[in-house]
Design a protein around this ligand. Structure first.
Ligand code: IVH
Length: 676
């Protein structure tokens, strides 16, 4: 066969395969059967085997990539990849158009209206019609070389060919890589079947697929590329508008989505309103519209301001909301014991992600919305935040259906301890404290932290590993870790030496102070200062345990509510059990010496501004040593404000409330009178 006719055949097959790929991966509408597709593929492969000298650079049979990369190379963009300013409302859009018109007086202005794709921007570099490089946007100045991965994207030309247009020597095309919705669903179904982690939304799936070091993986992912601009073309293609540029790109096989050239900004607004409605029917995910001054000459006149063009703007869509049903409510116990109601929903695709849970914040929110199990609710999400419930669709309540009222549980769903919700408070909590598994990990972290028992080496990662190994259930277990040397050595990166260091650090922590110990218990409302006050006031742990609310209230720094919390803590039998085990393990402290003279007992002080002679921390400590409580905010209860240089609003407030203010010298003189 003549080489020309071989090439002709190969090109036909390549184009056919590309067409079917598009139908299959992008539109999710296969245009031929799998076996017909395989047949085309084998025909092409057979030709290539027979005529290797004719193999086309863009052949789909070509295994691009081969070896996985260890990392991507950095590439500096010759033309920086800038960003767009956002607008959200019609007023802001009109203001954008006004700014454009002011700079182009008496000129007719047309706008090119495009979709704002929710994917990843890339730059493609073609030399003499051959794709030589694909680079991510990166920080706009420098991106990553992802050429091998880009070459696996099916609807993107690897070789430029055109019947009627000359091939430029250099062409740099900009556009977005994304995963069409249908391909995304298919990929997630596949991942789920194989027990692998699914992607949260098409954008993440596109990003995860494009940044694979092994392009063989990228190749299996249904990615698509849509062009939205030409960064460089040599020689000049003599095109005058962005709209025409997008059409020109089509000659070479680039796909771009629909775009519209309009004569006024009001028409752009109309298009926006129309797109909001049509958005959910599009094959790809979009998060708004991009409106660009159509004339390239006018774009040049307008130029850029900081990192964004004056000639374009992104008109973002409002957060999408959809209606779905509440199946049930689960109560999650947070690290500090706070109970959060989580609505389990009939899954629904909204804002680019399938939502199956939404937070209801607290029981008050449930009452405010009057939401019940079985209700139809409107859910929405913005950015990456947790989905929220906007409203209940009361008109969709069926007359014959039971809608169960949502009740705050009486007992913790994790540890079965009673739930407490003091009068006038919005948040309900599990009273389980150290006993509750959900609170345990945080409690342990707090107990070992620097200001508490200060066990160096028992960092967050260890705590998690130890919990997984079942070696830690509560803080008292820390003091039994030395009996599990063997198991400790099984933890990754835990050698003999680190195990010994950890055991030594735990042993050393046994000698502490009563104040540190009380702080380490993580009792609600008991910070460092309160712990010190409690230690000073009660002197022994037994006395503190035995104190009733009245006695606790008399402690400086302890208000009515904190007093209740402290009493609750020492009344819970499991807390007492943990305390007993801690003491039995050998935790000890020196009996506090006779209380030091504490002339500022019960007084609230504030330190603000910059002090020359000492840091704010030291000033705080010296005041605390004299018995003062040092607070961050000024109120009518504040006894005195120490104001250093550049003191601001706190000083103003103190003056307004006529509270005593000391400058640095007065403060130093004041301290001096108490020094022995
Ligand atoms: S034009 C100089 N057109 O939006 C501005 N960008 O914030 C060049 N994007 O990173 C951008 N769809 O990823 C343009 N039709 C479109 C777009 C679009 C999505 C993204 C792009 C860029 C970001 C700008």
């Amino acid at each position: 066969m003549e080489h020309n006719s071989v090439i002709e055949q190969m090109r036909q097959l390549i184009q056919l395969i590309a067409k079917h790929n598009h139908a299959y991966y992008v539109m999710d509408q296969p245009s031929i059967s799998d076996s017909e597709y395989d047949h085309l593929f084998h025909q092409l492969k057979a030709l290539e085997q027979q005529y290797p000298e004719c193999i086309q650079a863009d052949t789909p049979t070509n295994k691009v990539g081969g070896q996985a990369l260890s990392k991507f190379e950095s590439v500096t963009h010759v033309v920086p990849m800038l960003s767009l300013n956002n607008v959200f409302e019609e007023d802001e859009l009109l203001a954008f158009a006004n700014r454009v018109e002011e700079r182009l007086p008496n000129q007719k202005i047309q706008y090119d209206v495009e979709l704002k794709f929710d994917g990843l921007a890339i730059s493609l570099w073609y030399e003499n019609g051959v794709l030589v490089r694909g680079v991510t946007r990166g920080d706009g100045e420098t991106g990553e070389d992802i050429t091998q991965n880009v070459k696996t994207i099916r609807n993107l030309p690897k070789i430029l060919s055109s019947r009627d247009q000359p091939i430029p020597q250099l062409l740099e095309v900009r556009g977005e890589v994304l995963m069409p919705k249908a391909g995304f669903k298919k990929l997630n179904r596949h991942l789920k079947k194989r027990g692998e982690k699914e992607f949260a939304n098409p954008r993440n799936a596109a990003a995860g697929s494009l940044r694979q070091l092994d392009s063989q993986i990228t190749k299996t992912r249904p990615l698509a590329f849509y062009a939205y601009g030409v960064a460089q073309c040599i020689p000049d293609n003599n095109v005058d508008t962005i709209g025409d540029n997008l059409e020109w790109l089509k000659h070479f096989g680039f796909e771009n989505y629909d775009h519209w050239v309009v004569d006024s900004i009001q028409d752009a607004q109309k298009k926006y309103e129309q797109l909001i409605v049509e958005r959910s029917n599009l094959a790809v995910e979009i998060d708004g519209m991009v409106i660009k001054v159509n004339s390239l000459e006018q774009q040049k006149q307008l130029g850029f301001i900081s990192r964004a063009p004056r000639w374009a703007v992104a008109y973002k869509f409002p957060a999408e909301s959809k209606t779905t049903e509440i199946r049930q409510i689960d109560w999650q116990v947070g690290r500090t014991g706070i109970l959060t109601p989580v609505a389990r929903l009939v899954p629904i695709f909204v804002g680019g992600t399938t939502i199956s849970n939404a937070t209801l914040h607290n029981i008050g929110e449930i009452h405010r919305l009057d939401v019940r199990i079985g209700d139809k609710v409107e859910v929405y999400r913005t950015g990456d935040v947790i989905p929220k419930i906007k409203s209940v669709k009361f008109d969709l309540r069926l007359p014959n259906k039971e809608y169960e009222l949502i009740q705050l549980p009486s007992y913790c769903p994790v540890c079965n301890s009673p739930i407490i919700m003091p009068e006038g408070e919005a948040l309900a909590r599990c009273s389980g404290g150290l006993y509750c598994a959900a609170q345990r990990i945080e409690a342990i972290r707090h107990f070992v932290s620097r200001k508490a028992l200060d066990i160096e080496g028992l960092g967050d990662r260890w705590v998690e590993s130890l919990l997984h190994l079942d070696l830690l259930k509560d803080v008292a277990d820390i003091y039994h870790l030395h009996t599990h040397r063997e198991k400790l050595l099984t933890i990754e990166k835990m050698g003999e030496k680190s195990v010994q260091n950890l055991i030594d650090a735990i042993e050393a922590s046994k000698k502490t102070t009563l104040a540190r110990f009380i702080y380490g218990l993580g009792i609600r409302g008991v910070g460092e200062t309160t712990a010190r006050m409690l230690a000073n006031t009660f002197q022994t742990l037994d006395a503190l345990k035995a104190a009733d609310v009245e006695a606790l209230k008399k402690t400086p720094d302890v208000g009515d509510i904190t007093a209740e919390w402290i009493a609750d803590f020492f009344q819970a039998p499991h807390n007492i059990e943990v305390l007993d085990r801690l003491m039995a393990a050998g935790i000890h402290w020196d009996a506090p010496t006779a209380p030091t003279r504490q002339p500022l007992n019960g007084e609230s002080w504030v330190v603000t501004g910059t002090l020359e002679s000492m840091g704010r921390d030291e000033a705080t400590q010296r005041l605390q040593a004299l018995g003062a409580r040092v607070s961050n905010s000024v109120s009518s209860k504040t006894k005195c404000v120490v104001a250093g240089e550049k003191a601001g609003s706190k000083l103003e407030k103190a003056q307004k409330l006529e509270i005593r203010v000391m400058n640095e010298q007065e403060f130093l003189d004041f301290l001096a009178q108490y020094q022995a």
